[in-house]
Ligand binder design. Structure first.
Ligand SMILES: *Cc1c(COP(=O)(O)O)cnc(C)c1O
Length: 215
């Protein structure tokens, strides 16, 4: 499969790269099928749709990741249904998730989303604002900051894909040099996962290549 080949080409162990199946827009039955085939981690983009799917499939023991834009009035729907949130882009969202996370659950695993494409993309914190946000998020009691996430602008230019992913890796390495312990790079989707794995991705978020194209 593609992850194994890309890891081998990069001289990495394929076991270092987790596969997150992005099930947004697909019904609960599609998730059930993928789960029956052995996939256990799923990503959702839209709060309402994701919350309904998590509730409908409770009991299957699946691991749910929230990967989409999050507004502060929706954090309550996410804080206790999901195990991971990849799309933290400001402190207010992180503070609300931390405050709303149930005390009997383990801390919520989170990534900060970084805008590595400059003006071409609007979501994510600017690299220059990342260190302050990362240290603040790392200090919140009910969150565990695991790493960084990015969605670079779509391009078929593999050198540009790799440059964007390398930027995210370097930002992570810099934060670790400054005292954080971040082990996760959430980067790579159906069209660019090879470049992401070559640059150190530890979690690829794949929708289309698993479920087919979304209408
Ligand atoms: C939709 C989506 C994906 C998956 O994209 P594909 O191109 O279908 O693999 C990954 N990450 C995020 C944040 C998404 O919104």
């Amino acid at each position: 499969m593609r992850i194994a080949r890309a890891a081998e080409a990069a001289g990495r162990d394929a076991a270092e790269v987790r596969l997150l199946a992005v099930s947004k827009t697909w019904p609960a039955d599609s998730v059930r099928e993928a789960a029956a085939a052995g996939q256990c981690a799923f990503g959702e983009n839209y709060v309402q749709e994701g919350a309904e799917k998590v509730d409908a499939l409770a009991g299957l023991g699946l691991e749910w990741h929230f990967i989409g834009p999050l507004q502060s009035n929706k954090t309550r729907l996410v804080a206790n249904r999901f195990v991971w949130v990849h799309s933290i882009d400001r402190l207010k969202i992180a503070e609300r998730l931390s405050a709303q996370r149930d005390a009997h659950l383990p801390p919520l695993e989170v990534c900060i989303q970084v805008n590595v494409s400059g003006e071409a993309s609007k979501s994510g914190v600017a690299p220059g604002e990342l260190p302050e946000l990362a240290h603040a998020v790392a200090g919140l009691p009910r969150l565990r900051l695991r790493g960084l996430m990015a969605i670079p602008e779509p391009t078929s230019d593999v050198a540009l894909q790799r440059a964007r992913f390398a930027t995210l890796r370097q930002l992570r390495d810099q934060l670790n040099a400054d005292g954080l312990a971040l082990d996760t790079l959430s980067m790579g989707m159906s069209d660019d996962l090879e470049a992401a794995i070559a640059e150190g991705s530890t979690m690829v978020r794949v929708g289309t290549a698993i479920f087919g194209s979304r209408s």
